[in-house]
Design a protein around this ligand. Structure first.
Ligand SMILES: Cc1cc2nc3c(=O)[nH]c(=O)nc-3n(C[C@H](O)[C@H](O)[C@H](O)COP(=O)(O)O)c2cc1C
Length: 148
């Protein structure tokens, strides 16, 4: 059976709420999912999984959160060919570069050979109930891609 890992970071809890709803959706489909905060994860361990979910809010002027920087650099050392991946994050549309961290991570995953199977999921600030349903669906859709 396919195995998946989710690696995320959240400073004020918004991306964490997304992560919880997405994890729920993945597990509803019967996929085994490991969930880790980015500071507890290494990019090398992604190689043990079929599916990779990354979650990050956007920081600075359209940048990755500081917590994600070491992990991001480590990605240059791993080969993700054959892996399926998707990215999510909470964002704020009052900033010019809306959810840029999601785009940065998608680009890096593709560069390392992963197939990004869903459009990045960006949610405005704290997820509403409707957003959480979208997150669960994102998780289910990701799991279905792993079951193809
Ligand atoms: C200093 C600072 C810079 C930010 N820069 C951006 C940005 O460039 N683009 C964006 O979409 N959101 C930006 N945000 C908004 C955060 O991504 C947003 O508050 C998000 O909900 C935080 O997620 P978290 O609760 O998971 O930490 C910024 C927030 C702060 C405090």
């Amino acid at each position: 059976m396919a195995k998946a890992i989710m690696v995320f970071t959240s400073m004020t809890g918004n991306t964490e709420e997304m992560a919880e709803a997405i994890a729920e959706g993945v597990r509803q489909q019967g996929i085994e999912l490991e969930v880790k905060e980015v500071l507890d994860a290494t990019a090398a361990e992604l190689e043990q999984y079929d599916g990779i979910l990354l979650g990050a809010y956007t920081w600075g002027d359209g940048e990755l959160p500081d917590d994600f920087l070491d992990f991001y650099d480590e990605l240059d050392e791993v080969d993700l060919t054959g892996k399926k991946a998707a990215v999510f994050g909470s964002c704020d549309s009052s900033y010019e570069k809306y959810g840029a961290a999601v785009d940065i991570l998608i680009e890096k995953l593709q560069e390392r050979g992963a197939e990004v199977v869903l459009e990045g999921l960006k949610v405005e600030l704290t997820p509403t109930d409707e957003d959480k349903e979208l997150c669960e669906k994102f998780g289910r859709d990701f799991a279905k891609q792993l079951q193809l």
